[in-house]
Design a protein around this ligand. Structure first.
Ligand SMILES: Cc1cc2nc3c(=O)[nH]c(=O)nc-3n(C[C@H](O)[C@H](O)[C@H](O)COP(=O)(O)OP(=O)(O)OC[C@H]3O[C@@H](n4cnc5c(N)ncnc54)[C@H](O)[C@@H]3O)c2cc1C
Length: 537
């Protein structure tokens, strides 16, 4: 049996890219649903037909885990942002790294960093390569001899599980499924499920401060991280390792873990971390509530977010989003609610959440309850939404082949400013789409996370592309969205990270002195500036 291959240009497994006929059919459905007439479908440039520049550097025998293999270089060129998929589909791999390293031990990571500092080679840490902000892009920065993509995926083991404190020591290159399958042997779960779960890695999650798909409480990797181990270029020279203590909490000065969380491969290479794990859930409850009026649905969602019930899911889909995901086609907004626990049945929590939703005009469907991990708790709207959630990224590959721009942007904002931000985004982003792509176009919103003080809204935009102008059109829409977020006091990203794409707006968002402090920290940990130049800082 041949090994299952990832797509060299788009999201996920290569064998999940539909046939020409199936894509044509999807195009017809898209036209019927959104009124956006697709073109094509066209086909991606085959791997064998990609032309690639020659490697500008070569590694000595002392770093044997390095290769200049053509296919490896192509596969490590991009992350999975819309622009990455468009460039990969068109066979543009001009940004390919010169070299790719596959270390199997922390020592080998050290050898790579040590050599790269002397050779002035830029090193881009690479987890699953699912960045949507050009975080793993390897284009040659000025002053460097070459670029190397440092793929951590062979460091993929759960090294220790400590049941008393419920913590596990896990290598940074473990993908979601790899770490969950090993934790399952101990009856544990990390319970961090970003939509990119199948292919992204623990190190990538930590480096980007990823958010899992649960709506409240422990869903951010920040809260699940007990201690981090990393190699920095300066540390490698001095024989030091960045290793924080495994502690449930600490007030001893600024947190060393917080310095690595969100550092996006610019300060050090995370090699392993102690993570807070938990028993796998046994009880589940789910329900969905329909609302005719979106602003009442927002109020209901806020009431649940502020109730102290902390549902595992509290996802509000506006009417367009509900239709796109085929959760409701009657113009209703839908609030998908779920609870889960390893310890207790959930009827009381669910009943109270539904009562709050009804108080705001919601019409609740019958809740479903399950015990012992059966799937029945995810039937109905919650079930259809989850299936669509997992399969949704594959649609972007299809959209690109149909000449359609399809992407998302996300943020967070206090409740008292959500309505104003939302209405500005609808005006400005729809306006930009109409201007650069024409009508009709699609913009929809769902809340991915909710906090007592505000939601994290996540927007999907879809519009017709002009062949050859996709990146320019996308940039105009993205600029309209990002300018609006910053002007209204929202964050440029809630969980997609900064990378290269968000860097101009991130600079506006962070305090000026913090920019200076970050540069000073970078200078101390990475004096030659070899780690991911151009990202974040
Ligand atoms: C379809 C899709 C859905 C997504 N859904 C979510 C979601 O639900 N929630 C969410 O938070 N994000 C989501 N993302 C974004 C992305 O998956 C996250 O940013 C994820 O954390 C990246 O992990 P990765 O292992 O793929 O890292 P990569 O993409 O390989 O790298 C991301 C950044 O981290 C750095 N890095 C990676 N590994 C290390 C390491 N070991 N040490 C130091 N630096 C490192 C890289 O240099 C880069 O700057 C999604 C992306 C896609 C394409």
């Amino acid at each position: 049996m041949s090994e299952r291959k990832l797509s060299h240009w788009g999201w996920g497994w290569a064998d999940k890219f539909p046939s020409t006929d199936a894509r044509k059919q999807l195009g017809t459905q898209l036209g019927a649903m959104l009124g956006i007439a697709p073109s094509g479908p066209t086909d991606p440039v085959a791997l064998d037909d990609v032309s690639l520049h020659d490697a500008r550097v070569s590694a000595p025998d002392s770093v044997p885990c390095v290769t200049d293999d053509r296919e490896e270089r192509i596969r490590h060129t991009y992350g999975r942002a819309f622009g990455d998929v468009v460039r990969g589909f068109a066979g543009d791999f001009a940004a390919a790294p010169d070299l790719v390293a596959h270390p199997t031990t922390e020592e080998e990571v050290g050898h790579v960093l040590d050599w790269a500092q002397g050779a002035k080679v830029a090193v881009v840490p690479y987890g699953g390569g699912t960045s949507v902000v050009r975080g793993v892009e390897c284009a040659l920065p000025e002053g460097f001899a070459g670029t190397l993509s440092l793929d951590l995926r062979r460091l993929d083991r759960v090294l220790e599980v400590e049941p008393t404190s419920r913590t596990a020591r896990i290598q940074a290159g473990a993908s979601g499924p790899r770490l969950e399958e090993q934790l399952k042997e101990h009856g544990m779960t990390l319970r961090c499920f970003p939509q990119s779960f199948e292919h992204s890695t623990l190190g990538g999650w930590i480096a980007t401060r990823a958010g899992g798909h649960f709506a409240t409480n422990y869903t951010h990797i920040d809260d699940l991280t007990a201690s981090i181990r990393a190699l920095t270029p300066a540390g490698v020279k001095e024989g030091q390792v960045w290793q924080s203590r495994r502690l449930p909490g600490s007030g001893a000065g600024p947190s060393p873990d917080r310095m690595m969380l969100g550092s996006e491969g610019t300060l050090g290479v995370i090699t392993e971390a102690w993570m807070r794990v938990r028993p796998r859930p046994r009880f589940r409850a789910s329900a969905s509530v329909k609302f005719a009026d979106y602003s009442k649905a927002v109020d209901a969602c806020r009431a649940v977010a502020q109730s102290g019930l902390f549902p595992s899911n509290c996802r509000l889909l506006d009417a367009r989003e509900a239709k796109l995901n085929m959760v409701a086609t009657d113009g209703s907004s839908v609030l998908v609610l779920a609870f889960e626990s390893a310890d207790h049945p959930l009827e009381a929590w669910m009943e109270r959440a539904l009562e709050l939703a009804r108080d705001h005009g919601g019409v609740a469907g019958e809740p479903t309850y399950s015990d012992s991990g059966s799937k029945t708790g995810e039937s109905g709207a919650a079930g259809s939404w989850k299936n669509a959630f997992i399969e949704m990224p594959y649609l972007q590959n299809v959209m690109v082949s149909l000449g359609v721009i399809a992407d998302t942007f996300e943020t967070a904002i206090p409740w008292d400013r959500f309505e104003e931000l939302h209405s500005a985004l609808v005006t400005n982003v729809r306006g930009a789409m109409k201007e650069v792509c024409g009508s009709p176009c699609h913009l929809s919103c769902r809340f991915t996370h909710v906090y007592p003080d505000g939601p994290a809204p996540y927007y999907t935009f879809i519009a017709k592309a002009r062949p050859g102008a996709e990146l320019e059109q996308w940039a105009a829409i993205k600029k309209a969205a990002s300018d609006t977020l910053i002007a209204h006091g929202a964050t440029i990203t809630h969980h997609h990270a900064v990378g290269r794409t968000h860097a101009p707006w991130y600079r506006e968002q962070r305090p000026t002195e913090m920019g200076n402090a970050l540069r000073a920290l970078k200078g101390a940990l990475d004096p030659e500036g070899i780690l991911n130049p151009g990202a974040l800082i």
